[in-house]
Design a protein around this ligand. Sequence first.
Ligand code: MN
Ligand code: MN
Length: 290
Amino acid sequence: MERPGLFADAHASYADSRYVVLGVPFDRTTSFRPGARFGPDSIRQHSWNFETFDLETGVDLADVPIHDLGNAGEFGSAEEMVRSVREEVAPLYADGKIPITLGGDHACAPPCVEAFPAGRPLSVVYLDAHLDFRDSYLGDARSHACSARRIAERVGMENIVVIGVRSASKEEIEAHRKLGLTYISAHEVSREGIDSTVRRALERLRPESIYVSLDIDVVDPAYAGGTGTPEPFGLTSRDIKQVIDTVAPRLVGLDIMEVSPPYDQGNTSALAARLAREAIVRSHLARGQP
Ligand code: MN
Ligand code: MN
C-alpha cells in the first residue's frame, strides 16, 4: 500500500489531482556545502511519518487528490535545469493544478514562477535567510544567490516580498534600495510577531494568486540545520506554519528548497514534509473538493 518512493498519500491520478508534487534533485549552484540534490527523496521518505488525518483541521490527506510526478530528469547546467523545470511545471498551471516543487537548491525556484501563465497577475512570498538579490554570482545569473532577483524580474518588483532575511551583501542592499524590492528582516519578525508581519506583507501584494517560495534556511538552524547555508537568528518552524496557513487559501504554487539531508538526522526533511502537507491541507480546506 505504502509507496515510500512517492510523497505520502499521493494516490490520485494526475487527471483527478489538484496538488502535484515534483522533485528537482539539482544542487549545482550551491555555494557553501552541497547535498540539496538529496532533498526531494528525503522529504518524500519523511512524509510517510505523519498520520493521514490532520488533527488541527480535521482534513484527512487520504481524501485529498494529490499526485506525485517523481523527479525531473538529469541536467548538466543550471540553464538546462531551468528550461526543463519550466517545461515540466507550465502544463500543471495550464491544467489547473497547484505545483508543490521539492528542491534542490534555490536556483530551482525561478523556473517554477516563470512557468506561470504570462498575463495572469501573480504575487510571491519569498521566505529566506538570504536576500538572494545578486544580479549574478560567480558569473552565473542562475545561481541560487540570484533567485529573488530573477523572480522579481518575472512578477514585477512590487509583487514580491522577502521575509526572514538576516544576511545580504552591501551590493544587494544597494540594489534593493535602487530597484525597490521589499524585504522584512528576521529581526523585524522577531520584534513584530509573525501575524503582523504576514498581514503587512500581504497588504503590499495583489491578493489574487500567491506563490510561496520557501528556502528552508529561513528557519533557524536550531530547527532546520540540514541545509546548505545555515544562518542563525532565524524564524521558528511555527512562524513558517503561520505564513503557510495564512496564505494557503490563495496559494497557486509552492516550492520547498535547500533541504540538505547529509547535515542532520532527518529533522529538516521532516519539517519540510510537514510544511508541504500543511500547505495542501489548508489549501484543500479553503477550496473544498475539486
Ligand atoms: Mn535562497
Ligand atoms: Mn537562503
